[in-house]
Design a protein. Sequence first.
Length: 259
Amino acid sequence: MAGRYAGKHVFVAGASSGINLGIAHAFAAEGAKVTVLSRSADKIEAAAAGLHDAGAEAIGIACDVRDYPGLEAAYAEATGKFGPIDVLISGAAGNFLAPAVKLSANAFKTVVDIDLLGTFNVFRASYDHLVRPGASLIAITAGQAVHPSSFQIHACAAKAGVNMVTKCLALEWGPAGIRVNGISPGPIGDTEGMKRLGGDPAREQQIKGRLALRDYGTKADVAEAALWLSSPEAKYVTGAILNVDGGSDLGDASANALG
Ligand code: HXC
Ligand code: NAP
């Protein structure tokens, strides 16, 4: 397929659904060969089939990002098929609302292991498989990395670590010509994340009312940012966390008072 990413190999971890699958489709539509990875063999095969149906060369690999040897095998398989990786997205995550006092140590650890350790694993295991100079690595983080949020101590702590992994790797791998950035989506409509965090229509209106742009974003909004961050136009951008959040990061000290 022709396009801005024709012939490039794009690898998306956590891509059986939602925002990350949207990113995979956006790169595929620009001509990329795409590898998608997630835990569930059924879901990731369906995701790869959807990419095929859209005209892309694509493979799906079932692997848990907490399984480092599994990731090493996944990179060997993917690069054996499509060559070294030009663009790598790390977006696997788990989240649910739970007050800290009800959260078991294992529940906290589970989310940290998927989001934070998983992001380290995905990036670390990829090192010998990246195009360099020129590879673009992107972690999918969240505003909760910098803004504390009730009932999400696990995800907040994990995403804060994801931001720091992103910045530390940008420093260490920059000299090899590898850029490492993050995208921080705000509330994105029609996603598992907002099903878990958004709740009922009244709560949705409340969340929207606190955003400068007064609406949820779309998966395409996030995908467009990934396309730009990985493009030659962004060749001097590394260690950045790009908010795609409708102004969520701005906060609004008067929001509660003004309603
Ligand atoms: C309290 C819970 C819980 C809940 C699970 N646990 N769900 N505790 N409230 N709702 C506890 C379990 O009791 C167990 O602890 C521990 O967590 C591990 O649970 P498992 O089911 O064994 O874990 P696992 O199968 O690995 O599944 C991970 C998961 C699950 C995170 C719990 O929800 C998942 O697979 N999620 C992936 C999809 C997802 O969450 N998508 C939304 C991402 S949105 P005990 O002590 O009983 O052993 C997102 C938004 C970003 O990230 C914005 C904020 C950062
Ligand atoms: P989603 O559809 O549930 O996506 C999460 C993906 O991660 C799924 O494909 C899931 O597939 C995979 N995954 C989960 N645990 C995994 C593991 N241990 N190993 C490998 N893959 C795993 O959720 P989403 O809402 O689109 O969120 C996508 C990303 O955006 C996440 O990083 C999230 O934190 C971030 N984000 C979302 C929002 C939002 O509004 N939705 C806001 C801010 C940030 P399997 O079940 O097949 O493994």
